[in-house]
Design a protein around this ligand. Structure first.
Ligand SMILES: Cc1cc2nc3c(=O)[nH]c(=O)nc-3n(C[C@H](O)[C@H](O)[C@H](O)COP(=O)(O)O)c2cc1C
Length: 366
């Protein structure tokens, strides 16, 4: 784990109300998935190249038409107003200053348009399908009008995962929902019900959102290759391997273990992204080696925002960018596209089979 990420997390824990610390930190159930997230990346072993000219290492990528300095972006996290008075406005300023990409949560504490004003180079908007479809659809259309370049449809949240550290923040879902969704509710509806996630949502939502907004739709919360196939068939422009930071189904597979299967199923047709427990450049490099195009950060940017506002967000992204470049050089990899499964030592038994398939696929395409 990068020392800066650790420092900001410690600082944030000191500064924030313990209930808010719990809200950010917690996982669902017995927090098994949460506790394994970072370890799953740390279990992987790499096979670096020796004697390669790494005097120039390029961490840049292009992701669905957006050019980025590094394959590290801000994932959607709700309610930044809980940790900083400038909320997502400050997060957006930090992300922009780092040349990264922000995924704005449906449950942001600031209006979409105000956040968008800080993100002139493009941003993504995360969608939760609500029981009242007018709410989610209205916000998605507004995001498209305000310059969102893609939608991220969160698919792993038919109901909120049960958490043991709940406390007084249980009403947060409705409260944050009102800021960007409330205005699209029919006057007669009960917000507490209408803004809940729709448990009947299926992959048809991918087609609906694409037709409604004209934007590419990525699906977040994919942990299986067959699901990735189903979402691609419905028109998904990308998939995000995620177990929601261990906040939905407890004992859901770690994303480091799920990524090879999903990447093998997608086979380069659309970008595959991954989040959960990514805390250092070597974790990012391992994700790229498995076939990910980029990674998303959740908690590290919330801690950074709490501890040091926009500067904290910027510095965390830049530190990870720098660490990735350093690790690429030590691994003999000069650009992101050159990171392939041959870099992986296959030390982790559960991933061995899929990593081998991926390697064969990679070699076939050479
Ligand atoms: C405080 C918090 C709020 C979150 N809010 C959302 C959200 O609004 N929408 C969403 O799709 N995912 C949300 N997530 C999940 C993150 O996008 C991401 O999947 C996860 O945090 C990544 O793991 P990491 O925190 O280990 O980096 C949230 C996670 C946290 C910790």
């Amino acid at each position: 784990v990068l020392p800066l990420i650790r420092r900001y997390a410690d600082r944030a824990r000191d500064l924030l109300d313990p209930q808010i610390v719990d809200y950010i930190e917690q996982g669902s159930g017995e927090e098994v998935s949460l506790s394994e997230a970072v370890l799953a990346w740390q279990r992987l072993r790499l096979r670096p190249h020796a004697l390669v000219d790494v005097s120039h290492v390029d961490t840049g990528i292009t992701l669905l038409g957006i050019t980025l300095a590094a394959p590290v972006i801000a994932g959607p996290t709700a309610a930044h107003g809980l940790v900083h008075p400038d909320a997502e406005i400050a997060t957006a300023q930090g992300v922009h200053a780092a040349g990264s990409l922000m995924t704005v949560s449906t449950r942001a504490s600031a209006p979409i348009e105000q956040i968008a004003a800080e993100l002139p180079d493009g941003w993504w908007f995360q969608v939760y399908l609500t029981r009242e479809p007018k709410a989610a659809h209205g916000a998605a259309l507004r995001a498209a009008r305000a310059g969102a370049r893609a939608l991220v449809l969160t698919g792993d949240t038919p109901y909120l995962g049960r958490k043991s550290r709940v406390g007084r923040l249980t009403a947060l879902n409705t409260h944050t929902g009102m800021i960007n969704l409330g205005r699209h509710l029919p006057p007669s509806s009960d917000p507490a019900w209408a803004l809940e996630q729709d448990p009947a949502a299926t992959e048809h939502a991918i087609t609906d959102l694409t037709e409604l907004t004209g934007l590419p739709v990525l699906v977040k919360g994919v942990l299986r290759g067959d699901d990735a196939e189903r979402f691609l068939a419905a028109g998904a422009a990308g998939v995000i391997v995620s177990n929601h930071g261990g906040r939905q189904l407890d004992q859901a597979i770690s994303t480091a273990d799920a990524l090879p299967e999903v990447a093998a199923a997608v086979a380069g047709r659309v970008p595959v992204l991954v989040d959960g427990g990514i805390r250092s450049g070597v974790h990012v490099l391992a994700a790229l080696a498995f076939g990910a195009s980029a990674v998303l950060l959740g908690r590290p940017l919330v801690w950074a925002l709490a501890a040091d506002g926009a500067d904290g967000v910027r510095d965390t992204l830049l530190a990870l960018h720098d660490d990735l470049g350093h690790c690429m050089a030590l691994a003999g990899v000069t650009c992101c596209a050159a990171a392939n499964p041959s870099l992986l030592g296959f030390a982790a038994a559960p991933v061995r089979k899929y990593a081998r398939e991926l390697l064969t696929d990679h070699e076939r395409r050479q």
